[in-house]
Design a protein around this ligand. Structure first.
Ligand code: FE2
Length: 276
């Protein structure tokens, strides 16, 4: 595992190739433009039907064609912009891959931060879940992050996106680049009494949407093959942003070791103490 971001030349080239296949997006849209574009897209979705599907699948939903194409193009461009800042991690037997935290995205890919905060998106997710959703706190590096699968064998083993918050934690995954054989495999209903577990699998392409309650969906990503690349974007929303100190410690250690490195996770705390 690594605590520092090191440029990965192979990755940089792959990201450039992926990016090069698309036209460069025009100037960054305003938050208002993002909201109006998403509002139009979301209004076209059959929300009542999707809400039923979400409930029947114990708080899980997949939509293959979700993001407006221009937004997907911007996310692919963001991958190119943040590639030198990818933090590689390796947990023997459980996880290998790269991550870019919200703190880095704030600096290098602010479109992602704006998309995460879109009121139209949050309102629609609230209609889907029936919950009042809130943004993750400023010091949570996982609030929005990019996951990079770039070396053969990159994967993550079976897990839940456990909430260390006092309320629920929802995960939204958006496909960005998928030139891979990786699958997101999952088991529905594992926490629903009286309902048998139901296995499933999706290979979500650029622009696709995966959404679930982190404590309810057991899931994994299967290993990357040779000469493959995959990048996905994660957004985290919560119903109560409070976290007790011990849970905060566990969450920070997990994020440091498995995802972003100690510098990213503890940067806020260092800053508060004047040591950043
Ligand atoms: Fe996960």
């Amino acid at each position: 595992m690594s605590d520092t971001a090191t440029p990965d030349n192979t990755l940089t080239q792959a990201a450039q190739e992926a990016h090069g296949a698309h036209t460069t997006p025009s100037a960054r849209p305003s938050k208002r433009d993002i909201d109006s574009t998403l509002s139009a897209r979301l209004a076209a979705l059959p929300t009542p039907k999707l809400r039923d599907e979400y409930g029947q699948q114990s708080s899980f939903l997949y939509i293959e064609d979700f993001l407006p194409r221009d937004f997907t193009e911007r996310l692919i461009a963001a991958v190119h912009d943040v590639t030198p800042a990818v933090n590689r991690n390796y947990l023997p037997g459980h996880k290998a891959g790269g991550s870019v935290s919200r703190h880095t995205l704030d600096k290098l890919a602010p479109f992602i931060a704006d998309l995460y905060r879109s009121e139209a998106l949050i309102k629609w997710l609230e209609a889907l879940t029936g919950d009042r959703l809130q943004l993750s706190p400023e010091d949570d590096p996982h609030a929005y992050a990019l996951y990079f699968y770039t070396r053969p064998g990159d994967h993550i083993g079976w897990h839940y996106d456990t909430s260390y918050y006092e309320g629920r934690r929802y995960t939204l995954l958006l496909g960005v680049i998928d030139d891979s054989s990786c699958a997101l495999e999952y088991e529905l209903h594992t926490k629903t009494p009286g309902v048998p577990d139901e296995p499933g699998s999706v290979r979500y392409p650029p622009g696709a949407f995966v959404f679930f309650d982190g404590d309810k969906l057991r899931h994994r990503v299967t290993p990357l093959g040779e000469n493959e690349m995959r990048v996905s974007l994660t957004f985290e929303y919560v119903t109560n942003p409070n976290m007790r100190p011990f849970q905060r410690f566990i969450s920070n250690m997990k994020d440091s070791i498995a995802y972003f490195g100690f510098r990213q996770v503890f940067r806020r705390n260092r800053g508060k103490n004047g040591q950043a």
